[in-house]
Design a protein around this ligand. Sequence first.
Ligand code: GAR
Length: 207
Amino acid sequence: MKNIVVLVSGGGTNLQALIDAQESGIIKNGKITCVISSKADAYALERAQKHHIKTRVLVRKEYPDTAAYSKAILNAITEEKADLVVYAGFMTILDEQVVKAMPNKMMNVHPALIPSFCGKGYYGLRVHEEALKKGVKLTGATVHFVTEVCDGGPIILQKAVEILDDDTPETLQKRVMEQAEWKILPQAVSLFCEDRLEVRNDRVYIK
Ligand code: GAR
């Protein structure tokens, strides 16, 4: 059974999707053992506590720089004996010391079809604002392994979502979550825990 550590910063609906998937048996051979938040008031913490999952808070603002914060996160995930780390709405960039310690063992969910609308500065509602501004007809979500390049790691799963004429950033965000993120994140986590993901030449193959 693999230990899954989930990193969060906000509402935690993706964490909730993982908890629900775990409880309904969709996640095979893995268990969420700890939720770490970068914010003390993240609602995600309440979601974890309701399901008796251990929580830890490491407030980004209490650390002088990215290196110091990354070291603290790395210590925590090491202490928790994480086999897999999931960024689920985790809004803080970590440096390469964490990535190097957990190669192809950290995944992130991004609310767009990478390589569109991704990279530094593209997070949360902003991603959907930009998609609407550009007028694309399709968007979606991507789950990918985390590397040193922001949103640049090997892609595990993607799912497309149609954009409607009367969408606002908020309605689009909600539909992308419901139709894509909450489905592909638990699927990707389960595939990892079942040892069914193989990375070759920056490409992910599902066994
Ligand atoms: C989600 O849409 C997630 O994909 C996005 O933030 C939201 C968090 O919601 N993450 C990013 O933009 C990371 N680049 P949640 O806290 O309810 O899961």
